[in-house]
Design a protein around this ligand. Sequence first.
Ligand code: SF4
Length: 160
Amino acid sequence: MNMTRQAKVCDGAPFYVLGPVVTDVFPGYDHITSAIGATAAAYYGASFLCYVTPAEHLALPKPEDVRAGCVAYKIAAHSADVARGLPGARDWDDRMAAARGSFDWNAQFALAFDGEAARALRQRDLGTDHDYCSMCGKEWCAMRISRDLREEMAKHPERS
Ligand code: SF4
């Protein structure tokens, strides 16, 4: 309603929003509560998102708070672009899905918004030479099982 009304009253002028937070009971995490609201706002037509940090309503943000807020809002903006079907927005995700499906870890790190963080998490348990991760493990990796099934079916097209 807010987005629609603003566009009408202001003759479609670009609209800027701060958040909004979707709940007030998570102080210390308002970069997340507000990014949820910002995603909805962008989806419904906000033109510009102003980030909120974890320190909102608590303290003056430190550089690490600013970083957390900016990352949360990059996620919000991109998610809304994808949901709105903006041209090209989903291409990045599709490339990541392909890299993930083929267990190309280095391509995933290259495509990732923060490849350094992704690489550090990956290397915490396993390197880049395994076709599964430590979440489900080798035997239960659904992507690994799906890939093996696809390969097996390709060898025996008569069974499909
Ligand atoms: S182990 Fe599970 S979480 Fe990890 S890549 Fe495979 S399906 Fe995904």
